[in-house]
Structures are given as structure tokens and as C-alpha cells.
Design a protein around this ligand. Structure first.
Ligand code: GLC
Length: 719
């Protein structure tokens, strides 16, 4: 529609109607809803009036073409001006066909497939009537105690930015008005939610503005540069002020400095949470802070609905702030074509055709196989079909492999490890649980030992229940539950070749697993096709290629441990280092158990002929780094070649290495390929003490290799 239409519409709206347009309510409040559950928990005392519902701007969590059409149809009858509802939901890693969790997708380093998975998720959700997804979540993570690390693509700003970019592109497609099977994206959680102290969800975030800008903000900016239509604010404080009421973060940085003029939505209840945070004495103050900070939509609390009109009448809030917020929401509805077609892509026939289609499942299986990371393999994998295998553990037949935030995905539709292996072998596999996920007693440990005793090789399928990670899933003990460690211990006593397959949403402390098994395959929460992908990997039909994007600590006492750390003034291992008085632990190495960028294959690769095209770089010019990679093994494989750069001397301390490029290459046995990376002066810029983003002349080291801890180096001078 034209700007004139939108301006005219805004003029017709009463203040009450404008205020209600900023409200987002969950599905149970809507009259047309039938399959959306009850009004429970925090929703019970919200005193939602019919008038507020009839004028609400958007719905949280509706799903299904018929359901969403019914909600919209009833709303259009009740809404005086016929303003359509926006339908928003958490389509994070799939709608019905569930892809691996984002931390797994990150481990694939496969941007193309990540984009395709977002595109498929958008198609399935759009034909089911959804308009906006609360994704991508791009919070940088360094603390595996935090349950939501599963929702991030990891610990590196550059890689997270690359995944943010392609996910937004996958969700939004080229044109939201024309493409009825695309969704508007909503990048979250702005900002730095992943830095919650102690890894405890919703906890305080404390960091310098420089660290915020250098490490935590780049991925949000990448999502916005890719055109993300919305931003969701985080629960946490940023420099002492909750993000949702943080004017410096939202109005000054996001809107003024970055020029974001899209819709800003709070997280669930985050506006009202400014009261327990202690920066608002009551709901009225919370509403005032939020609207002045630039927040448009209040999710699931009613401070705006209860107080905004009064704040404007009292002159405490300028009415223009309300008009701006409403206009941004109307503009988003217009971009989605909702005024012309309020039902947009909702299509029951197309829904039947697309959801869980073979094509979608195949993509999910491909991505799951590429997301798994081979952490250890002492000549046990790949398995041979003629081997007698015993499949043991709570995830042998466990269906809880979709992970948190798997929207409409059904665990009943998940391919288990047992099903995947039996599909491949064409025969029954001997299975025993041996232990529950958390409890040990009353399970068939005896049976597990028996079938293991008769087998040539044992596959242990272990891990976390999905609710042990995800939102509010923080853990101080990041080992596998004791019951499972006991199972591993008992099985290891048999002295047989043993493989552990892990289902988890975070880097784990693997003591008691890595030292008791011969091979470990990290499968994360692999999604609907998980078991099929794992069977392909176990039997070598797919060669593992995934690499970690979040470090695995030796133990939780080492957290946070991440690859792009600083050297400190007393680096352990320096030539002149003392034995004791250096930066170290008395009881643990400094290095993680498995570093960023690490992952094994069934083949081996050699890196040689690493060279730079010059040893000086002038601003405005480029430098090329070349390395030759050879597959020195007997099977084809995909290798993720990584490029890191170190700024040897900065105005502020600089990380020992920073990822600046990567390339995934396919090599047949014996095949070589020369990989080239272009280095520019822009890549060398960092935030100085005065927050200026510039580079410094001086020495830089370039590293290339198969992981952040296995590299060759060359140096150059920026002049
Ligand atoms: C949750 C999450 C957020 C999600 C929202 C709506 O609390 O923090 O990521 O999008 O509520 O479900």
C-alpha cells in the first residue's frame, strides 16, 4: 500500500487503538483460536479485555493455516479499522521438519546449507500462516553452563555474523511482499544475552562498551545488514540498564548509529521485568522507559496498554513516540502484503504437501550429517556392516533428539539411532538402554552388559535431555549425568571397541567418556533425521566433516575458555616463563579439551606450501594467503580450511588469533587443492580505547590450518 494509505490509517486510529497495536498476546487470548492451549501461568492475571484483544497488533505462537486463518478472520471482523494481525513464532531450526540445533548447524561451517535450512523452515511456517520468526538468535557464547548456547552458532563474532547473514537471507528471501513462502526475520537477543554471569539465564551482563562492540555486536549488525526486519531485546542488563529500557543501546546505537528503522520487540515480559531489575518502581515507569528507549512491541505484558495513554496525556511521553512505533508496525504489515492479503501464505493444501516432505527431510539429514563432529577415533570408526554391534544407552532408541525450540517438530517423527542403523543394516540391532538419561536404578544394565558381551563393537548413545539445555537450562555440572557415566564405566570394563555418540545442547565436560571410549561422535541435537545421519556417519557412508564452533572445556572450572583469548602478561609456556608464576591452573591445562575449529575425519589432510603474496600490505590493497591441502588418506572428505590473523601489537590487547576466513573443500583420496584467502586492511580494524574502529600499522601473523590449535604461520607488515 502507499505511504498515504498508512498515514491516513494512522490518523484514523484512536490513541487506545494505537496503544493496542503495540501489544503482542499469545494465541489463547484470541477468539478465533482453537488449538492453542489454555491461559495459564503468567498469562492468568493479565486482565486482558476484549477491546484490547480486538485492537492488538500481533500474535505470539499461533500455528497451522486453518487456525491462523480463523484467528485473522475473526480479528478482521472485530477490529474497527480492519488492521490485520502479525503472526509471529519461534521457528528457530525448523517448523515441522526439524534441523539440527543452531550450535550444530554452526559446526557444519556450511553457509549454503544453513541458508537452505532457514529457507525450508520459512516455507513450512509461511504456508502454515506464520509471518515472522523470532530468529536468528546470534548471541555470542563462551559459557557452556548457559542452556541457550545450543541456539547460537558459537564463540566467534565473524562466523556468527556469517551465519546470521545467511539465515536472514534464507528466512526473508528476496521480497517479502511477493514471496508468500518467506518469513520476516527477527534477530535476537539484543544485546549480549550470551554473556550472562555464571552462565545463569537472565543474569547480569557486565562488559565494557568496547568488548560489546568488538565481540558481541557484530553478528546483530550482520543480520541487520542482511535486512532483518525486526530485533528482539534481551532480558539482561547491558552496563547496568536492562536492554529493553536501554536508550543508549537501542535508540542511540541501534536506531541512530546503525540506522535501524524496523520493529523492535521485547522478549516475553521483559518490559515489566524492569521492576524486579530495579530500574522501574512500577509498570508505568517501565512503560515510559521502554517507549523512550525505542521499543515498539511489548510482548506479553500490558504496561503500554495500561499506562501509555496516561503518560502521553501527562506530557511525560511525546505522542510522536507512539505514532512512530505504530507506523513501524503498520509498515512491516505492509511489507508482508497483509493489507492486500491478510492470510498471506496460509494454505492448507500446500501445508500438507510441504511439511516433512522428502526433500525437506533429505536436507535435514544432510545438514545433520555435516553438523556432527568426530572428536576421537582410535581406529574403531567407520564400523563394518558385518560386525556384531550392541547399541546401548538412553539414546539408543531415544526420540528426544530434536532439541529445544523445535516448534512443531514431533519427537515421534524423529529417526532414532536404532532406526537409522536398522535402516542401513537391513536387520534388527541388539539394543539395551542400560541407563535412563538421569536415573540409573531399575533399568536394564544387566541386559546391556549381556548384549555388549556378545558384540564385536559397542555403540553407546548418551546425552542430555533437551530440557537440560535451552531457555532456563543452566547447569553448574556440565558432565553427563552420573547414571550414564556409570554405564560407560561398566561397558568400558569389557575391553571391547566402544563408540560414544553424544546428544547434547552444549559443550560437555567429557571426563569419564573421552577416557573410557575409543571413539566419540558429537551429534548435538541433530533433528528429525538425526538417527539416519548418524548411521551414515558410523558406517562411513558419510565422512564426518563438522568442526567445533564452541570450545569444549577440560572441566567446568575452566569456563570461560575460548580460542580468541588474550596472551596476558605472564603467558604460560613463553620462552622465559617461570614455572609457577604464570597464568595457569594448578590442576588443569589452560587449553580446552577440544578447541574452536576442531573436528576429525575418516581421512587425513596435509597442509603445505603456505605463503603470502607479499610481506607488506598497504591500506586499499589486498594480500593473498595461499595454502595447498592434500587428502593423504584413502577416502574422500570435506575439509574446513581456516584462516586466522593476529595483530601483534595494538593500542589495546588483541586476541592471539581471530578467524578471518574459511573455506570448505572436497578432496578425493590423494587429491590436492590450493586454497586462497584475500586479506584486506578492513579485516584488521578493531575498536580502540576511544571506540574508533580502525587498524594500526605494524606486524600481523597469518595462521592457516584445520583448527585454531593446529596452524602454520606467516607474517606481514601493514604499512
Ligand atoms: C522466550 C525467549 C525468546 C522467544 C520468546 C517468545 O522467553 O527468550 O527467545 O522468542 O520468549 O517465545
Amino acid at each position: 500500500m502507499t505511504d498515504q494509505f498508512l498515514n491516513d490509517l494512522l490518523k484514523k486510529m484512536t490513541t487506545e487503538e494505537k496503544v493496542a497495536q503495540l501489544m503482542q498476546l499469545a494465541t489463547p487470548f484470541f477468539k478465533g483460536a482453537s488449538n492453542s492451549g489454555e491461559i495459564t501461568g503468567p498469562m492468568v492475571n493479565m486482565n486482558i479485555t476484549d477491546e484490547l484483544v480486538e485492537n492488538t497488533g500481533s500474535v505470539l505462537g499461533a500455528w497451522g493455516a486453518a487456525e491462523i486463518k480463523a484467528i485473522q478472520e475473526r480479528h478482521l471482523k472485530d477490529n474497527r479499522l480492519g488492521i490485520p494481525l502479525l503472526m509471529m513464532a519461534d521457528v528457530i531450526h525448523g517448523y515441522r521438519t526439524i534441523f539440527p540445533v543452531p550450535l550444530a548447524i554452526g559446526s557444519s561451517w556450511d553457509l549454503e546449507l544453513a541458508e537452505k535450512s532457514a529457507q525450508i523452515a520459512a516455507k513450512e511456517a509461511a504456508v502454515a500462516g506464520i509471518h515472522v520468526t523470532f530468529a536468528p538468535m546470534v548471541d555470542l557464547v563462551r559459557d557452556p553452563r548457559w542452556g541457550r548456547v545450543m541456539e547460537s552458532t558459537g564463540e566467534d563474532p565473524y562466523l556468527n555474523g556469517e551465519f546470521a547473514r545467511v539465515q536472514v537471507r534464507g528466512f526473508q528471501g528476496k521480497n517479502l511482499k511477493d514471496d508468500m513462502e518467506a518469513l520476516a526475520a527477527c534477530v535476537k537477543h539484543f544485546a549480549a544475552y550470551g554473556a550472562a554471569e555464571g552462565g545463569r539465564d537472565y543474569n547480569t551482563v557486565n562488559m565494557s562498551e568496547r568488548d560489546l562492540r568488538e565481540y558481541y555486536l557484530p553478528a546483530y549488525k550482520a543480520a541487520l545488514d542482511a535486512g532483518s526486519e525486526m530485533v528482539m531485546t534481551a532480558f539482561n542488563t547491558v552496563d547496568g540498564i536492562p536492554a529493553t529500557g536501554n536508550k543508549k543501546l537501542m535508540r542511540d546505537l541501534l536506531r541512530e548509529e546503525w540506522g535501524f528503522d524496523g520493529v523492535l520487540i521485547s522478549d516475553w515480559g521483559a518490559v515489566k521485568e524492569m521492576i524486579p531489575h530495579g530500574i522501574a518502581a512500577n509498570e508505568k515507569e517501565a512503560a515510559e522507559k521502554a517507549i523512550k528507549a525505542g521499543l515498539d512491541i511489548e510482548m506479553m505484558t500490558t504496561t503500554y496498554a495500561s499506562h501509555l495513554k496516561e503518560l502521553i496525556e501527562e506530557g511525560k511521553v511525546d505522542g510522536s513516540l507512539l505514532n512512530e512505533a505504530v507506523m513501524r508496525i503498520l509498515e512491516l504489515k505492509d511489507k508482508l502484503g497483509l493489507f492486500e492479503n491478510p492470510y498471506r501464505g496460509a494454505d492448507e493444501e500446500r501445508e500438507k504437501e510441504l511439511l516433512l516432505s522428502e526433500e525437506h527431510r533429505n536436507t535435514a539429514k544432510e545438514l545433520a550429517a555435516k553438523s556432527c563432529v568426530l572428536l576421537k577415533n582410535e581406529h574403531v570408526l567407520p564400523l563394518k556392516k558385518e560386525q556384531k554391534v550392541a547399541l546401548v544407552g538412553p539414546f539408543a532408541e531415544g526420540k528426544d533428539i530434536l532439541g529445544p525450540w523445535s516448534f512443531l517438530g514431533s519427537t515421534d517423527e524423529a529417526i532414532t539411532v536404532k532406526a537409522g542403523m536398522e535402516q542401513k543394516l537391513g536387520e534388527k540391532v541388539k539394543v539395551a538402554k542400560g541407563s535412563d538419561i538421569e536415573a540409573g536404578e531399575g533399568t536394564d544394565l544387566e541386559q546391556a552388559i549381556n548384549i555388549a558381551n556378545e558384540a564385536d563393537v559397542i555403540v553407546l548413545a548418551l546425552g542430555e535431555a533437551s530440557e537440560m539445555s535451552g531457555e532456563a537450562g543452566s547447569r553448574t555440572n556440565i558432565k553427563l549425568p552420573d547414571a550414564q557415566l556409570k554405564l560407560v564405566e561398566e561397558i568400558s570394563k569389557l575391553g571391547k571397541p566402544t563408540v560414544a555418540v553424544l546428544f547434547n545442547g552444549r559443550p560437555l565436560d567429557l571426563q569419564g567418556v573421552i577416557d573410557k571410549t575409543d571413539a566419540v561422535l558429537e551429534a548435538w541435537f541433530p533433528g528429525t533425521e538425526g538417527g539416519a545421519a548418524i548411521a551414515d556417519l558410523l558406517y562411513g557412508d558419510v565422512n564426518p566433516s563438522g568442526k567445533l564452533t564452541m570450545s569444549f572445556p577440560q572441566n567446568v572450572g575452566q569456563v570461560p575458555v575460548y580460542y580468541n583469548h588474550f596472551n596476558t602478561g605472564r603467558p604460560k609456556g613463553a620462552p622465559d616463563a617461570q614455572i609457577r608464576y604464570v597464568s595457569q591452573y594448578l590442576d588443569s591445562p589452560n587449553s580446552p579439551l577440544f578447541p574452536f575449529g576442531y573436528g576429525l575425519s575418516y581421512t587425513t589432510y596435509a597442509y603445505d606450501q603456505f605463503s603470502l603474496s607479499a610481506n607488506t600490505l598497504h591500506a586499499g590493497e589486498t594480500l593473498t594467503a595461499q595454502v595447498n591441502v592434500t587428502n593423504t588418506g584413502k577416502v574422500a572428505g570435506d575439509e574446513i580450511v581456516q584462516l586466522y590473523i593476529q595483530d601483534k601489537v595494538g593500542e589495546v590487547v588483541r586476541p592471539l588469533k581471530e578467524l578471518k576466513g574459511f573455506e570448505k573443500i572436497h578432496l578425493g583420496p590423494g587429491e590436492s587443492k590450493t586454497v586462497e584467502f584475500t586479506i584486506t586492511e578492513e579485516q584488521l580494524r578493531y575498536h580502540h580505547a576511544d571506540l574508533s574502529l580502525t587498524s594500526d600499522p605494524g606486524e600481523f601473523t597469518v595462521y592457516v590450518g584445520p583448527s585454531s590449535a593446529e596452524v602454520q604461520e606467516q607474517t606481514f607488515e601493514l604499512v
